[in-house]
Design a binder for this molecule. Structure first.
Ligand SMILES: Nc1ncnc2c1ncn2[C@@H]1O[C@H](COP(=O)(O)OP(=O)(O)OP(=O)(O)O)[C@@H](O)[C@H]1O
Ligand SMILES: [Mg+2]
Length: 262
């Protein structure tokens, strides 16, 4: 068994990072593994998606990244599942991010935390903010793997290609060994009644091939995603029979293989 630390990164807001984070977490839980979700977003979206009350800064990931942290992880279990634990976000993360710029080893704080005070979970998922700032640099430095949700819009697709460049150049600057590989692109919110979605989905294989990346099956667009997260639940728990529950299978298969180190 190997601990996998997966960053959900995108070069744009609202493309499905948090949605993907929680659904992957639940899928991996169903396969018998434990999962930690770490919210690195000052907007603390995971609170809503995981049905959790907001916490004070001292109980959040902002404290975990602060100088005061002594390994006392504050984790809340979610969805009534002991094996899913969340390190919740807080608006103070924005200030912490500024502070990281001038801190020694500021880029490696999260990596250092996970090394010095390891979490017991088989999978750690880092839900990142949309801007490629210090928090995302920390996520990259702490990751074993990266996954990139891509919306079927020109802005998101070109942003994703830039993100790949960013991962490579930042990984090289930080001298990450190895540089965390990008598992692949995940087309998100796909609506087959929208012509431009169909067109971009057709074009994506060529783009990912050029980038040397894997292309995962699309996650379909459904209002039930919004409804389930409004209830603080993943779709698999809210509407277990919904077709979109199957859309995460291939990602979960790959992560399971990585956890089992096969
Ligand atoms: N497959 C989908 N079908 C329909 N709605 C979706 C789908 N995936 C995500 N959404 C909705 O789109 C919105 C943005 O999704 P999400 O919060 O996961 O994106 P994000 O990349 O984490 O955003 P942010 O940049 O704000 O962190 C949410 O309201 C979410 O419920
Ligand atoms: Mg988010």
């Amino acid at each position: 068994m190997k601990q996998i630390v997966l960053s959900l990164l995108a070069n744009a807001g609202g493309v499905g990072k948090t949605t993907l984070s929680v659904h992957i977490a639940y899928e991996i839980l169903r396969r018998g593994f434990s999962v930690a979700l770490i919210d690195l977003d000052p907007q603390r979206s995971l609170d809503v998606f995981c049905g959790l009350e907001p916490v004070e800064a001292v109980d959040s990931s902002a404290y975990m990244l602060s100088k005061e942290f002594k390994g006392d992880w504050q984790m809340a279990s979610s969805w009534g599942e002991e094996k899913i634990e969340v390190c919740q976000g807080h608006p103070m993360l924005a200030e912490v991010a500024n502070d990281l710029v001038v801190r020694k080893r500021g880029e490696y704080v999260l990596a250092d935390r996970l090394k010095k005070y390891p979490l017991p979970h088989e999978l750690v998922i880092l839900d990142c903010p949309a801007t490629l700032g210090m928090l995302n640099v920390n996520a990259l430095a702490a990751s074993t793997h990266v996954l990139v949700p891509v919306q079927l819009e020109m802005k998101s697709i070109s942003g994703s290609a830039e993100l790949v460049e960013w991962c490579i150049s930042t990984g090289d600057e930080l001298q990450l060994e190895p540089r965390p590989p990008i598992l692949g692109f995940v087309p998100s919110m796909y609506d087959d009644s929208i012509a431009i979605h169909r067109q971009y989905l057709q074009q994506l294989p060529e783009i990912t091939e050029q980038l040397g990346l894997k292309l995962y099956p699309r996650i379909r667009c459904s209002n039930e995603f919004k409804n389930s997260s409004a209830h603080g639940l993943p779709l698999q728990k809210y509407r277990p029979a919904h077709k979109a529950c199957k859309d995460f299978k291939q990602i979960a298969d790959d992560l399971t293989a990585l956890i089992k180190d096969k």
